[in-house]
Design a protein around this ligand. Structure first.
Ligand code: SF4
Length: 455
C-alpha cells in the first residue's frame, strides 16, 4: 500500500503534489518522492522519511514546473531503501525522459524482470515501480506510443498497479485491469488536473468532481486536453469482475475518502451495525474503538445497539500507523507509545472493544492489557473483518501465512492469549453485505480465492 499523486497544468505543481502526498501520509511513511517537469527537464527529489521532512519550502522552490507526480511509500516489494523509493526515472540519450509512481504489487515481477534483462534493460532497484517504467520505456524504444506501451504492459504484467506516468510533456494515469487499488482524479476550477490514490487528495486541492480511473483505463493529459481511453478489462484478465481490495474500506483508507463507488466512513459504520446485530444479547457499558480506523465502526455499533460510544483510548497522532511499520520490534514499541487509556474511565466497566482487523495479533494483545490494567471488568472484542488467514500479494506486507494470528491459534486459544472475555469477527457473508457491489471485491486474505494466479 502506497499513495500516488499526479498534477498537470499548474505552475505550482510541486507544492500541490506535496499537499496531496501529505494528505495520503497514512498510506506510507518510510519514504517519499516527487518528479516535476518544466517542459524541458524532469527534476527528481526523494528521500527517506515523511513528506514534511523531505519536502520543505526550500526543496519545493527548487522543483519548477507545471507537471508533477508524487509518491509516499510503504515498503512491500523491495526493502525500505532510497533505491527502492519512488518515483523512478528512466534516462535516455536526451537525459531523464520518463518517470512513474505506482501503488500495488506486481505478482509476476521475477519473470517480467528476467524478460527485460534479457533485452538488456538495466535495473537499479528491486521495486516494481521501476519494473513498470522500464517496461514502458522498453516498449517505447521498440516504436510503441505510450498508450500502446501501457496496453502491452497490462497484457504482460499481472498484479495491482494504480500508476501515474509522465513524459516531458504529458501525464498518464492508468490502473490495472482488476482495479485492485483505488485511483481517483478530477479538475479544479482553474483547470488543473489532479489525480490521487484517495479522494482526500482531491478535497484538499479543492477539486469539485471525483472520478475513478476505470479498470484497465488510460487517461492521457497534455496541452491539447484530456483523453480518456477505456479499454475492455476482459481483454487483460481472466477474472470476470473487478477485485477492489476490501481492506481499503476496513483499514487502509482515510474515512473521508471515496472510492469503489462508496464513502469509506459509511462502509465502516455499516460494518459496526452488522457486528451489533450479532450481539443482540450482550449488555455493555460502552463501546470503545481502537482509534482511528475503528472509530466509524464503533459509531455504527453504538447507533445500532444503543450502547454508548466512548473514546476511552487516546491515540498519540505523532506515532504513525503501526501496521505499516516494516519491522515487528518497531511495531511493538510504537503500540506502547501510541495508545493510552483515559484515566478513571475503564474502572469496573463492561467494555465492547472494537478493532478493524487482526493480522499478526500483537497490537491488540497489548491494547487489551492496557485496558485491563486501567480497571475494566470485562472486555468483549469485536473485529470488523473476518479472520485473516491468507497472505496478500497485492501491496500488503503479509507475505507468509505463519505470520497470521488466525493460523497460529484457534479462536478459543487466541481469545485466551489476548485475555478478552469474548471475541467475535464479522463474517465474510456480512462483510459482503456492507458494500454495494460485493462481487466486485477481492476477499482473498479471508478466503484464499485470489483473482489471479500467484507466480
Ligand atoms: S488479499 Fe486482502 S489485502 Fe490483499 S488485495 Fe485482496 S482483500 Fe486486499
Amino acid at each position: 500500500m502506497c499513495g500516488i499523486v499526479g498534477i498537470f497544468g499548474n505552475p505550482d505543481a510541486a507544492r500541490l503534489a506535496a499537499l496531496g502526498m501529505f494528505a495520503q501520509q497514512h498510506r506510507g511513511q518510510e519514504s517519499c518522492g516527487m518528479v516535476v517537469c518544466d517542459g524541458r527537464v524532469l527534476h527528481l527529489h526523494k528521500g527517506m522519511g515523511l513528506v514534511k521532512e523531505v519536502f520543505n519550502a526550500e526543496v519545493l522552490e527548487e522543483l519548477p514546473g507545471s507537471l508533477a507526480i508524487g509518491h509516499v511509500r510503504y515498503p512491500t516489494k523491495g526493502a525500505a531503501t532510497p533505491f527502492n523509493s519512488q518515483p523512478h526515472l528512466v534516462e535516455t540519450l536526451f537525459g531523464p525522459s520518463y518517470a512513474l509512481a505506482s501503488n500495488g504489487d506486481v505478482v509476476n515481477y521475477d519473470s517480467v524482470r528476467a524478460m527485460l534483462e534479457a533485452e538488456n534493460v538495466y535495473f537499479k532497484s528491486d521495486n516494481d515501480g521501476e519494473l513498470l517504467v522500464k517496461f514502458i520505456a522498453w516498449r517505447l524504444s521498440l516504436g510503441d506510443d505510450p498508450v500502446q506501451a501501457i496496453r502491452t504492459l497490462m497484457r504482460d504484467v499481472k498484479g495491482a498497479y494504480s500508476s501515474v506516468f509522465c513524459t516531458k510533456s504529458e501525464l498518464y494515469l492508468f490502473r490495472d485491469p482488476l482495479s485492485m487499488r483505488p485511483m481517483v482524479w478530477g479538475r479544479t476550477a482553474d483547470g488543473t488536473v489532479v489525480a490521487g490514490s484517495e479522494s482526500c487528495v482531491l478535497d484538499i486541492l479543492q477539486v469539485g468532481e471525483r472520478k475513478e480511473v476505470p479498470a484497465a483505463g488510460i487517461i492521457r493529459i497534455n496541452s491539447g486536453g484530456i483523453q480518456i481511453i477505456e479499454n475492455d478489462p476482459q481483454d487483460y484478465r481472466t477474472c470476470k469482475h473487478n477485485s477492489y481490495c476490501v481492506f481499503e474500506h476496513i483499514y487502509f483508507s482515510r474515512p473521508d475518502s471515496y472510492h469503489f463507488g462508496e464513502d469509506v466512513f459509511m462502509v465502516r459504520e455499516q460494518i459496526g451495525a452488522m457486528l451489533a446485530k450479532e450481539d443482540a444479547d450482550l449488555e455493555a457499558d460502552c463501546v470503545v474503538p481502537v482509534p482511528d480506523s475503528a472509530n466509524f465502526m464503533a459509531v455504527g455499533y453504538s447507533k445500532a445497539s444503543g450502547v454508548p460510544l466512548s473514546l476511552g483510548l487516546i491515540r498519540n497522532h505523532y506515532v504513525g500507523r503501526t501496521f505499516i511499520k516494516p519491522k515487528q520490534t518497531v511495531r511493538d514499541e510504537s503500540v506502547l507509545q501510541k495508545f493510552n487509556p483515559l484515566p478513571n474511565f475503564f474502572q469496573g466497566k463492561k467494555v465492547v472493544l472494537l478493532d478493524d482487523s487482526i493480522v499478526r495479533g500483537t497490537t491488540i494483545r497489548k491494547i487489551v492489557r492496557l485496558i485491563k490494567d486501567a480497571g475494566a471488568k470485562e472486555i468483549h472484542l469485536r473485529v470488523g473483518s473476518p479472520q485473516v488467514r491468507f497472505p496478500c500479494y497485492f501491496g500488503i506486507d503479509t507475505h507468509s501465512p505463519e505470520m497470521l494470528a488466525a493460523n497460529l491459534y484457534s479462536l478459543e486459544e487466541f481469545t485466551k492469549h489476548i485475555g478478552v472475555d469474548s471475541l467475535k469477527h464479522l463474517s465474510l457473508e456480512n462483510l459482503a453485505k456492507c458494500v454495494h457491489e460485493p462481487l466486485e471485491y477481492c476477499y482473498a486474505c479471508f478466503n484464499g480465492e485470489y483473482p489471479l494466479e500467484i507466480r
